[in-house]
Ligand binder design. Structure first.
Ligand code: SF4
Length: 249
């Protein structure tokens, strides 16, 4: 493409992006052959996508190269950034866009880590991948989104959010247990086996095996209702609703 042609193309894309909403979602960039070359998430779709087309000297060489190959841009709206994050991850997995894959070479991008080797695993943000028995998901494009997703998983599946040292020194559960967001493995209120089921559900959600997660939570909810543990059943129902809200997108 000659320089004037490239400028025309960017001007056309700028006009297109003016119509993008200032809401959270995922944007999908395609090349002239219609191949998905980049997928990203944004708090405000219009502002984020416009920043690629600004032709500022601050853009990295990698980004400038990406921009020179964009032919069209589409978007999908989500209710929240967490939903956008999960949708971004599943689209990257599906399309394996060329410029997202290149990010994998950059060690500073955040990963979502599950410390599977622990008796009671938890989720962390990690900027490096080690052979330590943990499971790593990513890399992702935003640390904030990784943190929000960890928060969502912890709350939905009652996974501990404390450090190992803090957990080892507890005589009583902390406030997270009191507000129903942790099953208190610190004081053995839950067995390793039961806790592992909750962690596995969170991992299934990250892997996109959503129906298995919903089926398991539904079975647990029905069992709790039959045993007249209505508060526990209501919490499980809320978790199912939260997951379904994400899946609808
Ligand atoms: S209840 Fe126990 S395991 Fe759960 S977050 Fe608090 S200290 Fe950690």
């Amino acid at each position: 493409m000659t320089q004037p042609e490239e400028q025309n193309k960017i001007d056309e894309l700028k006009d297109l992006v003016k119509g993008f909403p200032q809401e959270p979602g995922v944007y999908i960039m395609k090349n002239i052959r219609g191949t998905v070359i980049y997928v990203g998430k944004a708090k405000s779709l219009r502002s984020r996508v416009r920043s690629y087309l600004s032709q500022s000297k601050d853009l990295s060489v990698k980004t400038q190269f990406l921009v020179s190959h964009i032919h069209s841009i589409e978007y999908l709206l989500t209710n929240t950034e967490v939903e956008a994050f999960l949708l971004e991850a599943s689209l990257i997995k599906k399309h394996r866009p060329r410029y997202n894959i290149r990010l994998k070479d950059d060690k500073s991008y955040p990963y979502l880590r599950c410390s599977k080797a622990d008796n009671f695993p938890r989720f962390y943000l990690s900027r490096k991948v080690a052979r330590d028995g943990s499971l790593y998901f990513g890399p992702y494009t935003s640390g904030t989104s990784v943190r929000e997703t960890i928060k969502f998983l912890n709350q939905t599946f009652k996974i501990r959010d404390c450090t190992d040292t803090y957990m080892k020194n507890r005589q009583r559960p902390c406030m997270t247990y009191q507000i129903g967001r942790c099953t208190a493995p610190c004081v053995d209120y839950i067995s390793e086996k039961e806790y592992a089921v909750d962690v596995e559900s969170a991992l299934e959600l990250l892997r996109g095996q959503d129906q298995q997660v919903i089926d398991r939570l539904t079975a647990k909810m029905k069992a709790a209702a039959q045993e007249e543990r209505f508060e526990a059943a209501a919490k499980l129902r809320d978790s199912i609703f939260a997951i379904e809200a994400i899946l609808q997108k």
